[in-house]
Design a protein around this ligand. Structure first.
Ligand code: IMP
Length: 201
């Protein structure tokens, strides 16, 4: 008889960043957003678009909450280097996602966070340019005090102050995306943690 194989989940210790929203709060708010979104959508199924990579976990909640098993298309919009916005937005529609998917459709753009507003403004213009009938934005977070471009964000999970956040999909140079909570990034906390050697215990 073969021995049973047990997989152990190993959680890597991370610096004790300040928790802004615990995982359970994110889940609760996301389902409220699903209900609000659903009540605004027409009879035709919308075209769901997630802004990768950061919006993936949030988009999964929106997708699974909406009825109909809709596919989620991927778009990449790069505007950040480290903790700084570059001011320019590069848009890439990922493999299998073409203009035909948005033409005459209601597009629901799923974003992790709206900061200066440049990304959402550029994406909205992009999809309207491809013939979308309407573009609606649902974002888990918004930093209103950081706006440079006035944008409409129809559904916002939480408004937050001007702090750089990580976790639940959001990263700092590809790090910390897997944290289950949304936390505030502070370099000093990270350095103190590294100095303590806690990461290697
Ligand atoms: P915007 O174009 O300035 O609105 O920036 C939106 C994008 O910047 C988001 O999709 C994120 O990728 C990134 N971003 C802005 N603020 C944060 C943050 O606090 N943490 C992680 N990413 C952020």
């Amino acid at each position: 008889m073969r021995p049973a194989i047990t997989l152990l989940a190993v959680s890597v210790p991370s610096p004790p960043f300040r928790v802004l929203f615990a995982h359970v709060d994110i889940l609760r708010r996301s389902y409220e957003l699903v209900r609000a979104l659903q009540s605004c959508l027409g009879a035709e199924p919308p075209c769901l678009v997630q802004v990768i990579q950061g919006a993936r976990p949030f988009a999964r909640l929106i997708q699974s909450g909406l009825s109909g098993g809709l596919p989620v298309h991927d778009v990449r919009a790069k505007s950040y280097e480290g903790t700084e916005s570059t001011g320019e937005v590069q848009i890439t529609m990922m493999a299998g996602f073409g203009a035909d998917a948005v033409k005459d459709r209601e597009v629901v753009l799923i974003e992790d966070i709206v900061d200066t507003g440049r990304t959402i403004a550029a994406l909205r213009e992009h999809f309207l340019g491809l013939g979308a009938r309407h573009v609606r934005v649902v974002s888990l977070l918004s930093k209103p005090s950081r706006r440079v471009v006035e944008v409409e964000v129809e559904h916002v999970g939480f408004e937050i102050p001007d702090e750089f956040v990580i976790g639940f999909g959001m990263d700092l140079n590809e790090r910390y995306r897997d944290l289950p909570d949304i936390v505030v990034y502070e370099q000093e906390v990270e350095r103190a943690f590294a100095r303590s050697g806690a990461a290697c215990r």
